[in-house]
Design a protein around this ligand. Structure first.
Ligand code: FDA
Ligand code: GRG
Length: 447
């Protein structure tokens, strides 16, 4: 079997890249261990910002692909007495139906899908990935110009590549969240179902948060989950969710419709999304927002960037890292630079005590619209910084004040570093060394 592109994984990222490749007329095969019914099925909160669909020219979810409309997010303090409201439009998406729609669109344009097919091994020749061995009731060899790893946190393809290739970068558990969620139907109707709710509390969800995301178009349906930092021993998100959340009266006699959890890579993006004959998208490329853990919108961005670079390489007749490099430039400017900055912010947030969190939210250190700007751009505007520093100094919080100054400084430095991502693979090593020095200096300053 021979294809221009082999995509491993038909989750949200795999379905997205299939959609873009189909539209570019690329001959591709998508394989997944799951069958058609499992396309896009991994446990999720299902919330995606509307702006992603607009920016990428992707179809809005509609009909039974759409489970709720989102008008904003309320973030609650540990006491739950204070909140910051972030206005913003989004969708609660039926992840399976929407991913199936993307893949169907691709199939109608000549992309093929093979379910029940397990990627086992890459085939490497002369420093290039040139195909893969697949188990689908028997071994098959698929040859291809590019293999795209869309296998999620399993990283099924890239983890088997040489360690010296920058697409094979291990995930440290301190840079991840373990999140568990259930979809439940509540007895009583939900107030303001178009508002998602996030609760920060270090005792309930250390290094993460718990959430309550209603499906506004399905009366009584809600997605409730909890994430904790991945390296905390003996801390189990499901246990915490049952202990602190499902014990509340509003969940009495609720019906569980779905349950499950997974690892969320809450860090800066992978060093490079491409190398010779290979590309990475979605969770396998660590393209998740490090602060809120949303990875579906950015999976679509990575898919768009990689698909265009693949076409570029196919047209050039050589799927070298150099010819695929465009994917990195596209992604780092569009999203990776913000991830770099938010990774710095995430590190700071995870160190805050409940007292600091209560203080920051109750004193409205950052307003909802400012938080929205920071989340969209990965940068504190100068006026916002001045305001925060003024409040913190007036309220005599010297240690928070010093730390905030450091965080803002390094968020800017790291974002700018990503905006200066090297234009060719040869300059990557130096860029990575400089990034690591910046990060080491930041961690030291925040000790
Ligand atoms: P995903 O894991 O979905 O897909 C990988 C696919 O590869 C799977 O179908 C798998 O079967 C296949 N595969 C793996 N190995 C293979 C092999 N060897 N051979 C063949 N196939 C193989 N994001 C967001 O935007 N909004 C939200 O509300 C949330 N909420 C949320 C809650 C929880 C509990 C979690 C765990 C995560 C979220 N996220 C989220 C994150 C979001 O779910 C995630 O970023 C994307 O679904 C990632 O999609 P991928 O396609 O990259 O991986
Ligand atoms: C606890 C870390 C952890 C993981 C849980 C529940 C969850 C995973 C993720 C939910 C993410 C979320 C809050 C999605 C809401 C969608 C929305 C309207 C986001 C607004 O943020 P954007 O669109 O973010 O500015 P990005 O980075 O996607 O552009």
């Amino acid at each position: 079997m021979s294809y221009e592109v082999l995509v491993v994984g038909a989750g949200f990222a795999g379905a997205s890249i299939a959609y873009f490749l189909g539209r570019l007329g690329v001959k591709a095969l998508v394989v997944d261990v799951k069958g058609w019914d499992g396309v896009g099925s991994k446990p999720c909160g299902d919330a995606i910002g509307k702006h992603h669909f607009d920016e990428l020219g992707m179809p809005y979810p509609e009909g039974d692909e759409l489970q709720g409309l989102v008008k904003g997010i309320s973030i609650y303090s540990p006491s739950e007495e204070h909140e910051v409201f972030v206005e913003g439009e989004g969708f609660e998406v039926h992840r399976i139906k929407y991913a199936q729609r993307l893949l169907s669109d691709a199939i109608s344009r000549g992309v093929e899908f093979l379910g029940g097919a397990h990627f086992r091994e890459p085939i490497i020749k002369n420093g290039y990935v040139v195909g893969a061995k697949i188990w689908a009731g028997g071994f098959k060899e698929v040859s291809s110009k590019v293999v795209v790893d869309a296998s999620g946190v399993a990283r099924s393809v890239v983890r088997l590549l040489p360690k010296s290739w920058p697409v094979n970068e291990e995930l440290s558990l301190s840079d991840a969240n373990i999140a568990y969620r259930e979809v439940r139907v509540l007895k009583n109707s939900i107030e303001k179902p178009e508002i998602l709710r996030i609760y920060v509390n270090n005792e309930v969800a250390p290094g993460g948060y718990w959430w309550f995301f209603p499906y506004s178009l399905l009366e009584g349906y809600v997605n409730i989950g909890l994430g904790v930092r991945g390296d905390l021993r003996g801390v189990h998100p499901k246990e915490l969710l049952y202990k602190y959340v499902f014990s509340r009266s509003e969940f009495k006699d609720s019906r569980v419709v779905e349950a499950g959890g997974a690892l969320v890579p809450t860090r800066r993006p992978i060093t490079s999304l491409v190398w010779n004959g290979v590309a990475v998208v979605g969770d396998a490329a660590y393209v998740v927002n490090p602060v809120h853990g949303g990875g579906k919108g950015s999976s679509m961005i990575s898919a768009k960037c990689v698909s265009e670079a693949v076409l570029n390489a196919l047209e050039a007749g050589d799927a070298s890292a150099k010819n695929l490099w465009k994917a990195n430039i596209c992604f780092m400017v569009r999203y990776g630079c913000k991830q770099g900055a938010l990774d710095v912010f995430r590190y700071f947030l995870q160190k805050l005590s409940n007292d600091d969190l209560e203080f920051s939210i109750s004193r409205k250190l950052v307003s909802g619209s400012e938080l929205n700007e920071i989340s969209l751009k990965g940068r504190f505007e100068v006026g916002v910084v001045d305001k925060i520093l003024k409040i913190a100094s007036l309220l005599r919080r010297p240690s928070l004040l010093i730390k905030l100054k450091t965080v803002v400084k390094y968020m800017d430095l790291i974002k700018d570093h990503y905006l200066n991502y090297p234009s060719t693979p040869e300059r990557l090593e130096k860029w990575v060394a400089d990034l690591n020095s910046l990060l080491a200096a930041y961690y030291e300053a925040l000790k």
